[in-house]
Design a protein around this ligand. Sequence first.
Ligand code: A2P
Length: 276
Amino acid sequence: MTQTAARPVLTLPDAQTVTEVQHYTDRLFRFRCTRPKSLRFRSGEFVMIGLMGDPDPKTGKQKPLLRAYSIASPAWDDELEFYSIKVQDGPLTSRLQHIQPGDQVILRPKPVGTLVHDALLPGKRLWFFATGTGIAPFASLLREPQTYQDYDQIIMTHTCREVAELKYGQDLIETLRSDEMLAELIDEGFHEKLVYYPTTTREKSPRMGRITTLLQDGTVFAELGIDGISPKTDRAMVCGSLGLNSDLKVILEGFGLREGANSDPAEYVVEKAFVG
Ligand code: A2P
């Protein structure tokens, strides 16, 4: 008789079932899971997700191992999507990267975050600045009809080290352009509302360089035929490493934009991407 090792089944009220897993590189993967019926969130927010930790050697008790993850799916989706880095010695992602459909993850249904439409004052052009897995909240917002209803133009910039790390964003943009509901909102006939601006820093690609450099030397504006960033028309959301976030703050404030929050909307908002 053969025995197959049973996967541990969580009995916690916050357990959700994984429905799909896709690996992009040895550093990146995405997964989808069931959504608790009671979970309401605004596109762009994050929740705590994770797995049960190893049993405590003394007490034998297990505690959940949770990290903040931006929800990459939009608020209207029946399921939830997450885009994650794999850190080989990271307490959570060293294990999370091995999940498969049918497995369970823990999800604390308390969404929060500043990368939401409510934290920005009305404007004409919306910039999404992401590095690495920082694209996750924008994957949610780009699938949200309100994004296209509220702005004339949306510019999604994504900087990664290597070309393969852009794949998640490229697939997303392709899906948006072929989506019946959104395609109509994105393509106004005379111009595409959605501009995708990917760059790489460590592998050759059609556009190279950190987005911060390309903003500072004017390359972005010259390529897109835009005069510059102005607090009158432009709004921005930033999600990446601590370095990116602080460098972009300085750049955006140099253009006269002020940082907003849910309680005090202004011209730009920032959030740190999950890192390990
Ligand atoms: P670089 O290769 O020049 O460090 P990471 O994988 O380390 O999170 O980085 C993801 C991408 O973000 C890389 O292309 C990296 O460029 C870029 N990056 C890191 N720090 C900054 C920063 N301060 N400003 C702009 N881009 C950054």
